[in-house]
Design a protein. Sequence first.
Lengths: 282, 360
Amino acid sequence: MPPPLRRLRDGVFWSLCVAALLLVIAPALAIIGSLLQQAWPVLGLRLLTTTTAVNGLQNAILGTLVLCLGILVLAGPVGIAGGIYLAEFGPPRRASWLRLGSETLAGIPSIVVGYVAYLVLDEEMHWGYSLLAGILALSAIVLPYIVKTTEVALRQVPTTLREGASALGLPRVTTLRRVLLPPAIPGIASGLVVALAISVGETAPLLYTVGFSDRNPTPDLFQHPVGYLTYVVFLNATLPTQQEHQVAAAAGVLIVVILLVLIGAGRAIARRAARHAARMPV
Amino acid sequence: MRLRQRQRGSVDLRGAIGGIPGWRARLADADLSPGDRVVRGVLLVAAIIPVLTLLFLTAEMVQSAVPALVYAGGSFFTGQLFTFGNLYATGQTVSHGIHAPLGAAYGALPFIVGTLASSMIALAIALPVSVGAVLALVERVPRRLQPGLSVFLELLAGIPSVAYGFWGVLYFGPALAQHLYPVLSRLGVVLPFMRGPVGAGEGLLTTSLILAVMIVPIIAATTRELVRTVPILAKEGALALGMTPYETVRVVTLPFIRNGILAAAILGWARALGETMAVLMISGDFLNALPANVYSPFSTIAATIVDLLDSALTDPTGMAVHALAAIGLVLLVITLATNLVGRMIIRRVTTGVLPVGRGI
């Protein structure tokens, strides 16, 4: 048993650590609690059936989903392809440069992306407030994450599989498609989940690129502003009436619900990946 | 090229070229079928897109910033007045050969100070809290509770910044101004920057606290992975020598992960530097003066860009947009520098698969 002074120091240290843990948990609970408390009176089907023009959220929900779909269609394939190149085809030196560029892109503040996208796409190219401009801006932000997770997922596939396929004389593309990609799919999917989580929560790159609209999104990529959930939180929080605050909170609650679904999906995928890895030859 | 042809001819050569740099890659090239090469080309294009995006964004910012930087000259970094000038006046102010609306001045000092001050206070708070929380989570909390508590970290990382802003402006800020700040302002006797008035809860300290909450998950997620890499034998050895768990942490765990924590802190700081929406909603959005105390309303570079971009577009000379690009360029340079340093450290201490960046 250590002397009392050292035991006391130990006790104080761990109490502080537990206090720190509580300090981390408390804001998460407080934020969700405050959102739920504000949103409670307006939570209901009316949010889904009416637009923001009459304090519903239909157009914003659809807009957020359309933006997510755009990310999956645009950033998804590009990011996955880039990650495959870095993991399987890139000569080490070139790959390390490309990797550095991609990681640096991840560090660019989202407002800088939004600013440039607005000036170049909306203004110089006269797209106006445009869905495509918003998807491109968001893509620039999430692309590095998709590239990174794809590369990491492929690197975790054992080299023996590559050697075995090579010994069988399989072309590299066939090896990739039939041998390497299947076990890497859970990892790649979790990267897409992260990309979606970021897209659902971003505001700064969208404010000036897609604008905002009280109408439901249309298939028009250009000249048509689109509404999305985070904007409602931002705008309505600054509006004066209680009802507007409630709708802002409801939008926040919806974002958190989408987020929880995504976190859950991410965990399920990670569990599947772990099962896969356990079955894999070493 | 010649090497590759020789390889195809003779298998024996493969052993002989082992000493040539890059031989592995060239060997890999040799057994690519024509179809493989096409696919590789397509994949290469995809891999270059992020780099091109990075270069395009940077070039666009630099190009757009130059006129305003020339106009402002040295006063860009020292001036406190940031105004687009009288957009409706007939006259123009000319400085260093650049025309701008009458009275336009682009002094960025308050934004630069605001950005650095808020993010540094946030880091100073978030760093010890994250490390302490992770130590408690990994070393003290029963193993079966850990996944449940980790959800809070993921949730904090995922909650959108507008939700932080909403909470900060309607709940957290007012509560602080009512209960905590009056107490803190008594410290003003010894710490002048703590002196009142405390305001209504929008300002530097509230923003920094919110930023701290926002970067905790980034630092904590990386730290958690690092703590798990500490060799168990070293820890058990320390305990076997009769050390208390605290002493084990101090002597074994923390020295082992010090560099990683530093990198995580830098990445968290970079996030706080670039945060836009929450700051815009809670900062009080105050231009043209340095914060007088920690409760003062202020503004950061990122928040100012969002706040002023639409009015900047009404400037007929176009200089206002350039001025926003100029402050954006400062932010870009600071953020990229911190990110690069952080990633260099993290690559040195790990294999580079840590969940870095936005923290999810």
